[in-house]
Design a protein around this ligand. Sequence first.
Ligand code: DTR
Ligand code: ZN
Ligand code: ZN
Length: 502
Amino acid sequence: MRQRFLNAVFLSCATVSALQIPFLGPLIPQNAITKKPLVSSEAIQADISSKALLKRAKELFKIAELGIDEYNHPTRVIGSKGHLATLDYIYSTLASLGSYYTLTNQTFPAVVGNTFEYRLVLGATSPNSTQAMSLTPPTADKEPVFGPLVLIANDGCDASDYPANTTNAIALIQRGTCPFGTKSALAGKAGALAAVVYNTAEGSLSGTLGTPSKHHVATFGISRADALPYMSSLQNGTVIDSSAYIDAIVQRIATTNIIAQTTAGDAANCVMLGGHSDSVAEGPGINDDGTGTLTLLEIAAQLAKYDVRNCVRFAWWAGEEEGLLGSDYYVSQLSARENLKIRLFMDYDMLASPNFAYQVYNATNARNPAGSEQLRDLYVEWYAAQGLNYTFIAFDGRSDYDGFIRNGIPGGGIATGAEGVKTAEEKDMFGGSEGEWFDPCYHQLCDGVENCNLGAWEVNARLVAHSVATYARSFEGFPARTGVKGNSAAERALYHGPKLVM
Ligand code: DTR
Ligand code: ZN
Ligand code: ZN
């Protein structure tokens, strides 16, 4: 049949040319053979299914199980076999799509920390709220150190706050004004054996020292309630002989972002989206952020059936859990010219929390790069058009949008919640359990396949597909880029990544 069809086409062309009628061109337009249909939101949303997402989630959990021999449980933390296999899975899936994408492996230096054991004794007691800071170095020789507790002046953000008797002492420092890492380094420069930062808000204090410094000392966080009795004793002149012990490692490793950009589409006007390929050491990270990782992968695979007018750039960030390392590195490497080609960045981190809320980053053009508000409204209008409720969450610096909005690139995204507690109103809006975390397995071993709400995931994956299709077709009405300047709101954030930095 096909041969007869093609013969027919050939014969009709031959007849025409013999009669000296101008050749009308192929009866089957060439582009009908190679041209893909322009992507549409409706079409690509219809390509998304929870069945396909679940299949990928099960594959990702098997990948996380490769981390067992190093960590005794499934994990995809950077540097682990689970993360390396995650990268292989992403890359090989994209490579199977042929030349539709240009793939880039962006390798960069990162740090990973592990705290094995710690103990803090101030006078005769060990504060119940004691927590070791992430990326803390160990105490000297990984042995207990002994010295008097010394109260540091102000917030300990200036060298002059550290009295001479800080040398060979344990520094007690108030939280605030500057990052924990700065306090730890100043304490180290003043000769402290260890540092204890006490909270100024309610509750215990857990954070990260951030990029390691040779001046960092073993650093703990404790609650304000635990600190007050020691502070009043010290202010009365009481000597509090203390001891501190941390067994920890901080390792410098190389890890890799994966970037995939459509070969089609206007390369000077890219819509960019990202999720993070790594998990915490404590667990497999299927919701956080396997759901973002796999949603991007499924959409990248489906998008390959279509043509695009604007380029689409997917990113799988490494080291998000250590403090947005991959996205920060990526943005830091952009020239101004390359920066301006990114029309917006959409962050997709935790899309299927079991006790979900449909959360939209409440970006405004007044506080964030122009276009952030239009992106916010795209999400809002889609949820509303589906008859779904949504809530707003703040740009608090906790995920990979932060580097982009700090550098003039419009940003936004959606999430379904982590350790936040669902209110009674949110229960009415989304169902689930009032008074419980949105994701009770956040950063825990139980963040597995069963931890994902497939209904919420399919809804959000379709919204992500809508966001990609919308901007892949047109930026009409979307603000032009105006520069690479920072975003003041993010610069004062207490977070830069999932952990507190100050
Ligand atoms: N996904 C979390 C970081 C994160 C992003 N947005 C929020 C909102 C509330 C809590 C946490 C987060 C992570 O990577 O740990
Ligand atoms: Zn995350
Ligand atoms: Zn996380």
